[in-house]
Write a protein that binds this ligand. Structure first.
Ligand SMILES: [Zn+2]
Ligand SMILES: [Zn+2]
Ligand SMILES: [Zn+2]
Ligand SMILES: [Zn+2]
Length: 421
């Protein structure tokens, strides 16, 4: 027996050393030897945004769509080690970013109890978002808090694109004076109140904007804490309207009192109306009631206002303060911006803003940029508006607007469906 033993050992060794067998053992089915084991939830749709939810994903993949392959470590030790290094670097990056955000917002607003508020954070090219909103049904699609945060990040960026279009500035523009624009979306009334107080210095409810840089908002009723009507639509409108204010304030640097109020409101109404084909947001309660009560489209109302000689002459309108800006003045402001944009071009709006910021003198801005006196504007605008909004053109125009608004809703639905899980 003993003399056959070496042979037996040799045969056994040879059997295991056969090339085919060895190769099957070296192949890891989980990760295909990449060292990265795919995540069932995120492999197809990874989440690589600067998004704090990623650190809490139950799958533990940080949204990358893979985790270091532990089970195949013996087969591909180097690949697993490399994947681990990459994974940990990503986690470290996210954690360092989040720590900075927590100090800037959570701690500053809520003090030592900040952890109880469970703030989530997000960062895009132009925005920083802070978020405690619950999930919501949007276009009948169930949207989780995480998805809703992504949705608002996308919506903010798209509103910036509209601003770039209205001003004819490149989308590569970055808000350099004060850093990125900040949008704080709160799920509780008291969070909004604390944030307004700490970040803006006043507790105007249910939203507050801080000069040129920050919007804090909460879509819940001040009386009972219940969601406002048309919760997500309301929020979307108000975010759009108010960040347009922030864009105009920031661009070219913050200059206190540089804008006539008709222009300041008119531009925000213009973007809101262009996207939604209706206006929900307003910056005074008096105007708000009127806006809410009117179902007529703004084109129709402008036409009627001019026909009846009820628009405030521009040389007067220019001095009207925010709290005195009534519904008709807002209508006129919106239509003047529309006229500037469509007839004179967005580059003229940009130049108008430039001169206003330099001189705080509207008459000078009209003269320098448009080559007309401020008391000549009304006649030119009225003539154009009466033609454009004439009963003959109105139906066609309204149809165009409706179609654009429908496309916008379709686009919003697509956004909602494309959100990462
Ligand atoms: Zn995310
Ligand atoms: Zn995952
Ligand atoms: Zn593997
Ligand atoms: Zn406003």
């Amino acid at each position: 027996m003993n003399r056959y033993l070496p042979v037996l050992v040799l045969v056994t060794v040879m059997l295991f050393a056969l090339p085919g067998r060895a190769e099957t053992k070296k192949y890891c089915k989980i990760c295909k030897n990449t060292g990265k084991a795919p995540c069932k939830i995120h492999a197809e749709h990874p989440d690589t945004a600067l998004c704090s939810f990623r650190l809490e994903f139950p799958c533990g993949c940080l949204g990358l769509g893979w985790k270091p392959c532990e089970k195949g470590r013996d087969i591909h030790p180097e690949a697993t080690a490399a994947a681990e290094k990459e994974f940990e670097a990503e986690r470290a990056k996210l954690e360092a970013w989040l720590q900075g955000r927590r100090q800037m917002y959570d701690l500053l607003i809520f003090g030592k109890d900040w952890k109880k508020e469970h703030c989530q954070h997000f960062e895009t090219k132009h925005f920083r978002l802070v978020f405690t909103l619950p999930g919501e049904k949007i276009f009948k699609i169930k949207v989780s808090p995480h998805q809703r945060l992504h949705l608002y990040a996308l919506r903010c960026e798209e509103t910036f694109s509209m601003f770039a279009k209205l001003m004819d500035i490149p989308e590569s523009y970055l808000p350099t004076t004060y850093g990125k624009w900040q949008v704080l979306l709160w799920g509780k009334v008291d969070q909004e109140l604390k944030a307004s107080h700490k970040m803006v210095g006043n507790t105007q409810y249910p939203l507050a904007t801080g000069n040129a840089r920050l919007l804090t908002i909460c879509p819940f009723s001040t009386l009972d804490g219940n969601p406002v009507q048309e919760n997500d639509d309301w929020l979307h409108h108000h975010v759009v309207h108010n960040i347009v204010h922030l864009f105009f304030e920031e661009w070219g640097g913050w200059v206190e009192g540089c804008f006539p109020m008709w222009f300041y409101e008119g531009t925000a109404h213009w973007v809101e109306y262009y996207l939604f084909n209706r206006v929900l947001a307003h910056c005074t309660d008096e105007a708000g009631e009127l806006i809410g009560a009117r179902t007529d489209k703004w084109e129709r109302l402008v036409y009627k206002m001019i026909k009846n000689g009820r628009d405030t002459p521009l040389p007067e309108l220019t001095f009207v303060k925010m709290q005195d800006l009534d519904f008709r003045m807002r209508l006129k402001g919106w239509s003047l911006v529309d006229w500037m944009y469509r007839v004179k071009g967005p580059d003229k709006i940009r130049e108008f803003v430039k001169v206003l910021k330099k001189s705080k003198n509207e008459a000078k801005a009209w003269r320098d940029v448009f080559g007309i006196r401020i008391d000549e504007v009304d006649e030119l605008w009225r003539e154009w508006a009466l033609e454009r909004f004439s009963p003959r053109n109105l139906r066609k125009l309204e149809k165009e607007n409706e179609e654009r608004a429908m496309k916008f809703v379709e686009h919003q639905k697509e956004l909602v469906r494309s959100l990462p899980r």
